[in-house]
Design a protein around this ligand. Structure first.
Ligand code: GTP
Ligand code: MN
Ligand code: MN
Length: 431
Protein backbone atom coordinates (compact mmCIF):
# COMPACT_ATOMS: atom_id res chain seq x y z
CA UNK A 1 0.00 0.00 0.00
CA UNK A 2 2.92 2.27 0.63
CA UNK A 3 3.24 4.36 -2.52
CA UNK A 4 6.94 3.59 -2.90
CA UNK A 5 6.85 -0.19 -2.62
CA UNK A 6 7.15 -0.73 -6.34
CA UNK A 7 10.63 0.78 -6.19
CA UNK A 8 11.93 -2.55 -4.99
CA UNK A 9 10.76 -4.34 -8.11
CA UNK A 10 11.86 -1.66 -10.55
CA UNK A 11 15.21 -2.78 -11.84
CA UNK A 12 17.78 -0.04 -11.61
CA UNK A 13 21.02 -0.48 -13.58
CA UNK A 14 24.17 -0.26 -11.53
CA UNK A 15 26.31 2.15 -13.57
CA UNK A 16 25.34 5.82 -13.25
CA UNK A 17 25.97 6.21 -17.00
CA UNK A 18 23.09 3.77 -17.65
CA UNK A 19 20.64 5.93 -15.76
CA UNK A 20 18.95 9.31 -16.10
CA UNK A 21 19.99 11.49 -13.17
CA UNK A 22 18.20 14.85 -13.21
CA UNK A 23 19.37 17.87 -11.27
CA UNK A 24 16.26 17.95 -9.13
CA UNK A 25 15.32 14.67 -7.55
CA UNK A 26 13.27 13.22 -4.69
CA UNK A 27 15.83 12.21 -2.10
CA UNK A 28 17.90 15.29 -1.24
CA UNK A 29 17.82 14.68 2.52
CA UNK A 30 19.49 11.32 1.98
CA UNK A 31 21.89 12.45 -0.74
CA UNK A 32 22.97 15.52 1.27
CA UNK A 33 23.90 13.24 4.15
CA UNK A 34 25.85 10.85 1.91
CA UNK A 35 27.56 13.75 0.11
CA UNK A 36 28.97 15.04 3.40
CA UNK A 37 30.47 11.64 4.14
CA UNK A 38 31.83 11.49 0.58
CA UNK A 39 33.36 14.92 0.96
CA UNK A 40 34.89 13.97 4.30
CA UNK A 41 36.41 10.83 2.77
CA UNK A 42 37.81 12.85 -0.14
CA UNK A 43 39.28 15.45 2.20
CA UNK A 44 40.88 12.59 4.11
CA UNK A 45 42.25 11.34 0.80
CA UNK A 46 40.24 8.15 1.04
CA UNK A 47 39.14 8.11 -2.58
CA UNK A 48 37.61 4.64 -2.59
CA UNK A 49 35.36 5.43 0.33
CA UNK A 50 34.42 8.74 -1.26
CA UNK A 51 33.40 7.03 -4.49
CA UNK A 52 31.30 4.47 -2.60
CA UNK A 53 29.27 7.25 -0.92
CA UNK A 54 29.01 9.16 -4.23
CA UNK A 55 27.71 6.05 -6.01
CA UNK A 56 25.12 5.47 -3.31
CA UNK A 57 24.01 9.11 -3.51
CA UNK A 58 23.86 8.95 -7.31
CA UNK A 59 21.63 5.85 -7.15
CA UNK A 60 19.18 7.71 -4.91
CA UNK A 61 19.24 10.74 -7.22
CA UNK A 62 18.09 8.56 -10.11
CA UNK A 63 15.06 7.09 -8.32
CA UNK A 64 11.66 8.25 -9.62
CA UNK A 65 10.30 8.96 -6.16
CA UNK A 66 11.08 9.59 -2.52
CA UNK A 67 12.36 6.69 -0.46
CA UNK A 68 10.31 6.53 2.73
CA UNK A 69 11.42 3.26 4.22
CA UNK A 70 14.48 1.01 4.06
CA UNK A 71 12.36 -1.86 2.71
CA UNK A 72 12.04 0.08 -0.55
CA UNK A 73 15.78 -0.22 -1.09
CA UNK A 74 15.82 -4.01 -1.39
CA UNK A 75 17.41 -5.18 -4.60
CA UNK A 76 18.87 -1.80 -5.49
CA UNK A 77 22.52 -1.69 -6.57
CA UNK A 78 25.28 0.67 -5.35
CA UNK A 79 24.19 0.73 -1.74
CA UNK A 80 27.03 -0.54 0.41
CA UNK A 81 26.70 -1.53 4.03
CA UNK A 82 27.90 1.82 5.34
CA UNK A 83 25.70 3.88 3.04
CA UNK A 84 22.68 1.73 3.88
CA UNK A 85 23.30 2.26 7.58
CA UNK A 86 23.40 6.03 7.10
CA UNK A 87 20.27 5.99 4.91
CA UNK A 88 18.34 3.94 7.48
CA UNK A 89 19.40 6.27 10.26
CA UNK A 90 18.24 9.33 8.34
CA UNK A 91 14.97 7.64 7.40
CA UNK A 92 14.28 6.71 11.01
CA UNK A 93 15.71 9.63 12.98
CA UNK A 94 15.82 12.40 10.40
CA UNK A 95 19.57 12.76 10.91
CA UNK A 96 22.63 10.54 10.91
CA UNK A 97 24.87 10.65 13.94
CA UNK A 98 27.97 10.20 11.81
CA UNK A 99 26.98 13.05 9.49
CA UNK A 100 26.29 15.33 12.45
CA UNK A 101 29.61 14.49 14.06
CA UNK A 102 31.39 15.10 10.76
CA UNK A 103 29.82 18.48 10.02
CA UNK A 104 30.63 19.67 13.53
CA UNK A 105 34.16 18.35 13.60
CA UNK A 106 36.88 20.96 13.74
CA UNK A 107 38.96 19.02 11.21
CA UNK A 108 36.17 18.79 8.63
CA UNK A 109 35.33 22.47 8.99
CA UNK A 110 38.98 23.48 8.72
CA UNK A 111 39.66 21.19 5.76
CA UNK A 112 36.63 22.56 3.92
CA UNK A 113 37.63 26.16 4.63
CA UNK A 114 41.24 25.60 3.57
CA UNK A 115 40.52 23.56 0.43
CA UNK A 116 37.98 26.25 -0.38
CA UNK A 117 40.99 28.41 -1.19
CA UNK A 118 41.70 28.19 -4.92
CA UNK A 119 45.03 26.39 -5.38
CA UNK A 120 44.85 24.44 -2.12
CA UNK A 121 44.34 20.67 -2.20
CA UNK A 122 43.64 18.16 0.56
CA UNK A 123 47.33 17.37 1.19
CA UNK A 124 48.34 20.99 1.75
CA UNK A 125 45.24 21.73 3.81
CA UNK A 126 45.94 18.73 6.03
CA UNK A 127 49.54 19.84 6.61
CA UNK A 128 48.33 23.31 7.59
CA UNK A 129 45.59 21.91 9.80
CA UNK A 130 48.20 19.93 11.74
CA UNK A 131 50.10 23.18 12.25
CA UNK A 132 47.03 24.72 13.82
CA UNK A 133 45.89 26.66 10.76
CA UNK A 134 42.11 26.28 10.55
CA UNK A 135 40.91 29.25 8.53
CA UNK A 136 42.04 31.43 5.63
CA UNK A 137 42.68 34.19 8.20
CA UNK A 138 44.95 31.84 10.18
CA UNK A 139 46.79 31.13 6.95
CA UNK A 140 47.15 34.81 6.15
CA UNK A 141 48.57 35.48 9.60
CA UNK A 142 50.89 32.45 9.46
CA UNK A 143 53.23 34.09 7.00
CA UNK A 144 53.45 30.85 4.98
CA UNK A 145 54.93 31.22 1.54
CA UNK A 146 52.10 30.71 -0.91
CA UNK A 147 52.25 30.06 -4.63
CA UNK A 148 50.66 32.42 -7.14
CA UNK A 149 47.38 30.46 -7.33
CA UNK A 150 47.05 30.32 -3.55
CA UNK A 151 47.76 34.04 -3.18
CA UNK A 152 44.98 34.77 -5.65
CA UNK A 153 42.77 32.21 -3.90
CA UNK A 154 43.26 33.92 -0.57
CA UNK A 155 42.83 37.40 -2.01
CA UNK A 156 39.47 36.56 -3.61
CA UNK A 157 38.42 33.93 -1.08
CA UNK A 158 34.94 35.19 -0.24
CA UNK A 159 33.96 35.97 -3.82
CA UNK A 160 35.23 32.69 -5.20
CA UNK A 161 33.13 30.87 -2.62
CA UNK A 162 29.99 32.66 -3.71
CA UNK A 163 28.13 30.62 -6.30
CA UNK A 164 28.46 31.84 -9.88
CA UNK A 165 24.98 32.50 -11.27
CA UNK A 166 23.69 31.63 -14.72
CA UNK A 167 23.55 35.32 -15.84
CA UNK A 168 27.15 35.69 -14.71
CA UNK A 169 28.09 32.56 -16.67
CA UNK A 170 26.38 34.02 -19.74
CA UNK A 171 28.24 37.31 -19.30
CA UNK A 172 31.55 35.45 -19.00
CA UNK A 173 30.60 33.51 -22.13
CA UNK A 174 30.17 36.73 -24.07
CA UNK A 175 33.63 37.90 -23.02
CA UNK A 176 35.19 34.55 -23.93
CA UNK A 177 33.44 34.66 -27.29
CA UNK A 178 34.74 38.15 -28.01
CA UNK A 179 38.25 37.09 -27.05
CA UNK A 180 38.19 33.91 -29.11
CA UNK A 181 36.68 35.54 -32.19
CA UNK A 182 39.13 38.42 -31.97
CA UNK A 183 42.06 36.02 -32.31
CA UNK A 184 40.47 33.22 -34.38
CA UNK A 185 37.28 33.94 -36.32
CA UNK A 186 35.20 30.81 -36.92
CA UNK A 187 36.21 29.18 -33.66
CA UNK A 188 33.38 27.59 -31.70
CA UNK A 189 32.78 28.09 -27.99
CA UNK A 190 30.68 25.71 -25.92
CA UNK A 191 29.57 26.09 -22.32
CA UNK A 192 30.49 22.86 -20.53
CA UNK A 193 30.60 21.62 -16.91
CA UNK A 194 27.68 22.04 -14.55
CA UNK A 195 25.97 24.83 -16.48
CA UNK A 196 25.66 22.55 -19.52
CA UNK A 197 23.94 20.03 -17.24
CA UNK A 198 21.35 22.67 -16.39
CA UNK A 199 22.71 23.85 -13.06
CA UNK A 200 21.62 27.37 -12.15
CA UNK A 201 24.82 28.05 -10.18
CA UNK A 202 28.36 26.74 -10.20
CA UNK A 203 31.71 27.04 -8.47
CA UNK A 204 33.19 28.13 -11.79
CA UNK A 205 32.30 28.49 -15.49
CA UNK A 206 33.78 26.01 -17.99
CA UNK A 207 34.21 26.49 -21.74
CA UNK A 208 35.41 24.25 -24.56
CA UNK A 209 36.87 25.92 -27.63
CA UNK A 210 37.54 24.34 -31.02
CA UNK A 211 37.78 25.23 -34.71
CA UNK A 212 36.28 23.25 -37.64
CA UNK A 213 39.60 23.42 -39.52
CA UNK A 214 41.75 20.98 -37.59
CA UNK A 215 45.04 22.59 -36.63
CA UNK A 216 43.74 26.14 -36.54
CA UNK A 217 43.17 25.72 -32.80
CA UNK A 218 46.87 25.14 -32.12
CA UNK A 219 48.33 27.79 -29.85
CA UNK A 220 44.91 29.41 -29.56
CA UNK A 221 44.85 29.51 -25.77
CA UNK A 222 47.87 31.75 -25.44
CA UNK A 223 46.38 34.24 -27.88
CA UNK A 224 43.03 34.22 -26.11
CA UNK A 225 44.72 34.72 -22.76
CA UNK A 226 46.83 37.58 -24.12
CA UNK A 227 43.72 39.28 -25.46
CA UNK A 228 41.87 38.85 -22.17
CA UNK A 229 44.86 40.11 -20.23
CA UNK A 230 45.29 43.16 -22.43
CA UNK A 231 41.61 43.99 -21.89
CA UNK A 232 41.97 43.67 -18.12
CA UNK A 233 39.64 40.69 -17.82
CA UNK A 234 42.02 38.40 -15.94
CA UNK A 235 42.94 38.56 -12.28
CA UNK A 236 44.84 35.27 -12.50
CA UNK A 237 45.59 32.67 -15.14
CA UNK A 238 47.65 29.55 -15.52
CA UNK A 239 47.79 28.06 -18.96
CA UNK A 240 49.02 24.50 -19.46
CA UNK A 241 49.35 21.92 -22.19
CA UNK A 242 51.07 21.84 -25.55
CA UNK A 243 54.17 23.29 -23.95
CA UNK A 244 56.17 22.38 -27.06
CA UNK A 245 54.91 25.67 -28.45
CA UNK A 246 57.00 27.55 -25.92
CA UNK A 247 60.24 26.79 -27.71
CA UNK A 248 61.02 25.93 -31.30
CA UNK A 249 63.39 23.21 -30.10
CA UNK A 250 60.59 21.54 -28.10
CA UNK A 251 59.69 17.89 -28.50
CA UNK A 252 57.81 16.75 -31.56
CA UNK A 253 54.07 16.72 -31.32
CA UNK A 254 52.92 13.40 -29.87
CA UNK A 255 50.34 11.23 -31.63
CA UNK A 256 47.01 13.04 -31.63
CA UNK A 257 45.39 10.67 -29.14
CA UNK A 258 48.18 11.38 -26.67
CA UNK A 259 47.66 15.14 -26.77
CA UNK A 260 46.91 16.93 -23.61
CA UNK A 261 44.51 19.77 -24.28
CA UNK A 262 45.61 23.33 -23.89
CA UNK A 263 43.79 24.56 -20.85
CA UNK A 264 43.62 27.61 -18.70
CA UNK A 265 42.62 27.89 -15.07
CA UNK A 266 41.72 31.50 -14.49
CA UNK A 267 40.04 34.06 -12.32
CA UNK A 268 38.03 36.56 -14.34
CA UNK A 269 37.31 40.09 -13.30
CA UNK A 270 33.64 40.33 -14.19
CA UNK A 271 32.31 43.84 -14.31
CA UNK A 272 28.77 44.10 -13.07
CA UNK A 273 26.16 46.79 -12.87
CA UNK A 274 23.27 46.51 -10.45
CA UNK A 275 21.46 44.10 -12.77
CA UNK A 276 24.44 41.81 -12.96
CA UNK A 277 25.14 42.79 -16.54
CA UNK A 278 28.68 43.00 -17.71
CA UNK A 279 29.80 46.53 -18.46
CA UNK A 280 31.35 46.92 -21.90
CA UNK A 281 35.07 47.41 -22.14
CA UNK A 282 36.06 51.01 -22.32
CA UNK A 283 33.24 52.23 -20.12
CA UNK A 284 34.67 54.78 -17.77
CA UNK A 285 33.90 54.18 -14.15
CA UNK A 286 34.21 56.96 -11.60
CA UNK A 287 33.72 57.17 -7.90
CA UNK A 288 30.74 59.24 -6.83
CA UNK A 289 32.71 62.32 -5.95
CA UNK A 290 34.67 62.13 -9.15
CA UNK A 291 37.95 61.87 -7.30
CA UNK A 292 39.12 58.70 -8.96
CA UNK A 293 38.68 57.39 -12.44
CA UNK A 294 38.90 53.67 -12.91
CA UNK A 295 40.04 52.56 -16.26
CA UNK A 296 38.63 49.03 -16.54
CA UNK A 297 41.69 47.82 -18.41
CA UNK A 298 44.01 48.91 -15.64
CA UNK A 299 42.23 48.18 -12.41
CA UNK A 300 43.91 45.12 -11.01
CA UNK A 301 44.87 44.30 -7.47
CA UNK A 302 47.43 41.58 -8.10
CA UNK A 303 50.83 42.89 -9.15
CA UNK A 304 51.91 39.32 -9.86
CA UNK A 305 49.44 38.74 -12.63
CA UNK A 306 49.37 42.13 -14.24
CA UNK A 307 52.30 44.38 -15.01
CA UNK A 308 50.57 47.73 -15.46
CA UNK A 309 48.97 47.91 -12.07
CA UNK A 310 46.98 51.04 -11.47
CA UNK A 311 48.21 53.27 -8.64
CA UNK A 312 44.70 53.48 -7.23
CA UNK A 313 44.21 49.74 -6.94
CA UNK A 314 44.63 49.82 -3.18
CA UNK A 315 41.07 51.09 -3.09
CA UNK A 316 39.91 47.77 -4.47
CA UNK A 317 40.80 45.95 -1.29
CA UNK A 318 40.19 48.87 1.05
CA UNK A 319 37.61 50.99 -0.71
CA UNK A 320 36.26 54.19 0.61
CA UNK A 321 32.53 54.08 1.29
CA UNK A 322 31.66 55.49 -2.09
CA UNK A 323 29.16 54.64 -4.74
CA UNK A 324 30.69 53.79 -8.05
CA UNK A 325 28.88 55.21 -11.02
CA UNK A 326 29.25 54.50 -14.68
CA UNK A 327 29.76 57.79 -16.44
CA UNK A 328 28.85 58.40 -20.05
CA UNK A 329 25.49 58.47 -21.82
CA UNK A 330 24.18 55.63 -19.71
CA UNK A 331 25.28 56.88 -16.32
CA UNK A 332 23.93 54.62 -13.65
CA UNK A 333 24.65 53.56 -10.16
CA UNK A 334 26.84 50.57 -9.65
CA UNK A 335 26.28 48.71 -6.47
CA UNK A 336 28.35 45.89 -5.25
CA UNK A 337 26.44 43.56 -3.03
CA UNK A 338 29.05 40.97 -2.21
CA UNK A 339 30.10 40.54 1.40
CA UNK A 340 33.85 40.66 0.89
CA UNK A 341 35.76 40.52 4.16
CA UNK A 342 38.11 43.32 3.25
CA UNK A 343 35.71 45.24 1.15
CA UNK A 344 32.66 46.66 2.82
CA UNK A 345 32.07 49.34 0.23
CA UNK A 346 30.55 49.04 -3.20
CA UNK A 347 32.60 47.69 -6.07
CA UNK A 348 31.84 47.34 -9.74
CA UNK A 349 33.20 43.87 -10.34
CA UNK A 350 33.56 40.43 -8.87
CA UNK A 351 36.08 37.62 -9.24
CA UNK A 352 34.87 34.45 -11.01
CA UNK A 353 36.71 31.17 -11.56
CA UNK A 354 36.75 30.23 -15.25
CA UNK A 355 38.19 27.11 -16.93
CA UNK A 356 39.00 27.19 -20.63
CA UNK A 357 39.86 24.10 -22.68
CA UNK A 358 40.89 23.97 -26.34
CA UNK A 359 40.36 20.76 -28.29
CA UNK A 360 41.17 19.76 -31.87
CA UNK A 361 37.96 19.35 -33.87
CA UNK A 362 38.41 15.58 -34.30
CA UNK A 363 38.42 15.14 -30.52
CA UNK A 364 35.64 17.63 -29.82
CA UNK A 365 32.91 15.09 -29.02
CA UNK A 366 35.18 13.28 -26.57
CA UNK A 367 36.23 16.55 -24.94
CA UNK A 368 32.59 17.67 -24.74
CA UNK A 369 31.54 14.40 -23.12
CA UNK A 370 34.55 14.40 -20.80
CA UNK A 371 34.15 17.96 -19.60
CA UNK A 372 30.39 18.08 -19.17
CA UNK A 373 30.48 15.90 -16.06
CA UNK A 374 29.36 15.23 -13.50
CA UNK A 375 32.62 13.90 -12.16
CA UNK A 376 30.93 10.70 -11.03
CA UNK A 377 29.14 10.31 -14.36
CA UNK A 378 32.52 10.56 -16.13
CA UNK A 379 34.08 8.06 -13.78
CA UNK A 380 31.20 5.66 -14.38
CA UNK A 381 31.47 6.03 -18.16
CA UNK A 382 35.15 5.09 -18.04
CA UNK A 383 34.43 2.20 -15.66
CA UNK A 384 31.66 0.94 -17.96
CA UNK A 385 33.95 1.20 -20.97
CA UNK A 386 36.76 -0.79 -19.36
CA UNK A 387 34.80 -3.44 -17.50
CA UNK A 388 31.83 -4.01 -19.77
CA UNK A 389 33.20 -3.19 -23.22
CA UNK A 390 36.98 -3.67 -23.00
CA UNK A 391 37.39 -0.09 -24.24
CA UNK A 392 39.36 2.85 -22.93
CA UNK A 393 37.56 6.19 -22.86
CA UNK A 394 39.26 9.53 -22.31
CA UNK A 395 38.47 13.15 -23.13
CA UNK A 396 40.50 12.61 -26.30
CA UNK A 397 39.44 9.27 -27.72
CA UNK A 398 37.78 5.88 -27.37
CA UNK A 399 39.96 2.84 -27.90
CA UNK A 400 38.54 -0.63 -28.58
CA UNK A 401 41.00 -3.09 -27.08
CA UNK A 402 39.46 -6.16 -28.74
CA UNK A 403 39.50 -4.68 -32.23
CA UNK A 404 42.70 -2.78 -31.35
CA UNK A 405 41.49 0.41 -32.94
CA UNK A 406 40.29 3.88 -32.08
CA UNK A 407 36.59 4.53 -32.63
CA UNK A 408 35.80 7.88 -34.18
CA UNK A 409 32.88 10.03 -33.15
CA UNK A 410 31.69 13.49 -34.08
CA UNK A 411 28.91 13.64 -31.50
CA UNK A 412 28.25 12.49 -27.96
CA UNK A 413 25.43 10.31 -29.31
CA UNK A 414 27.96 8.34 -31.37
CA UNK A 415 30.16 7.78 -28.32
CA UNK A 416 27.23 6.42 -26.30
CA UNK A 417 26.39 4.19 -29.27
CA UNK A 418 29.98 2.88 -29.49
CA UNK A 419 29.77 2.11 -25.77
CA UNK A 420 26.46 0.28 -26.18
CA UNK A 421 24.72 2.77 -23.93
CA UNK A 422 21.42 4.57 -24.30
CA UNK A 423 22.12 8.27 -24.95
CA UNK A 424 21.88 10.28 -21.74
CA UNK A 425 21.44 14.04 -22.36
CA UNK A 426 23.56 16.49 -20.31
CA UNK A 427 20.62 17.42 -18.04
CA UNK A 428 20.41 13.77 -16.94
CA UNK A 429 24.12 13.40 -16.17
CA UNK A 430 23.83 14.95 -12.72
CA UNK A 431 24.98 11.79 -10.96
P1 GTP B 1 30.65 23.16 -10.63
O1 GTP B 1 31.76 23.86 -11.34
O2 GTP B 1 30.93 23.03 -9.17
O3 GTP B 1 29.33 23.74 -10.91
O4 GTP B 1 30.59 21.65 -11.17
P2 GTP B 1 31.21 21.08 -12.50
O5 GTP B 1 30.53 19.80 -12.78
O6 GTP B 1 31.22 22.10 -13.59
O7 GTP B 1 32.69 20.73 -12.04
P3 GTP B 1 34.10 21.17 -12.63
O8 GTP B 1 34.07 22.55 -13.15
O9 GTP B 1 35.09 20.89 -11.54
O10 GTP B 1 34.41 20.14 -13.77
C1 GTP B 1 33.64 20.04 -14.93
C2 GTP B 1 33.97 18.78 -15.65
O11 GTP B 1 35.29 18.82 -16.13
C3 GTP B 1 33.86 17.55 -14.75
O12 GTP B 1 33.18 16.56 -15.45
C4 GTP B 1 35.27 17.10 -14.54
O13 GTP B 1 35.36 15.70 -14.49
C5 GTP B 1 35.97 17.65 -15.76
N1 GTP B 1 37.35 17.96 -15.43
C6 GTP B 1 37.78 18.82 -14.49
N2 GTP B 1 39.13 18.84 -14.46
C7 GTP B 1 39.54 17.99 -15.41
C8 GTP B 1 40.83 17.58 -15.88
O14 GTP B 1 41.86 17.99 -15.40
N3 GTP B 1 40.86 16.71 -16.94
C9 GTP B 1 39.71 16.24 -17.50
N4 GTP B 1 39.81 15.40 -18.52
N5 GTP B 1 38.51 16.59 -17.07
C10 GTP B 1 38.41 17.44 -16.03
MN1 MN C 1 32.34 23.87 -13.39
MN1 MN D 1 35.92 23.65 -13.82
Amino acid sequence: EKPGLELAVVSVPSYACQRHTPLLHHNTTLTDALSILAENAELGENEGRGVAFRRAAALLKSLPQEVRGAEQLRGLPCLGEHSLRVIKEVLEDGVSHEVETTTHSEQFKAMKALTGIFGVGAKTADRWFREGIHTPSDLQRSGHTLNRAQRAGLQYYDELNLPVTKPEAVAIGQIVERAVHAVLPGAEITLIGGFRRGKQTGHDVDFLITHPDEGREEGLMRKVVSWLEAQGFLLYQKTTGNSYLESKEGPARPASNMDRFERCFSIFRLRTDNEGREIQTGTEIQTGDGSQTYSPTLTNTDPHTHSDTHPHTKTDSHPLPQTLVVVGDHAQKVSWVLGHSQCSGPRSWRAVRVDLVVSPYSQFAFALLGWTGSKLFERELRRWAVHEKAMTLSSHALYDRKRTQYLRASSEEEIFAHLGLEYIPPCDRNA
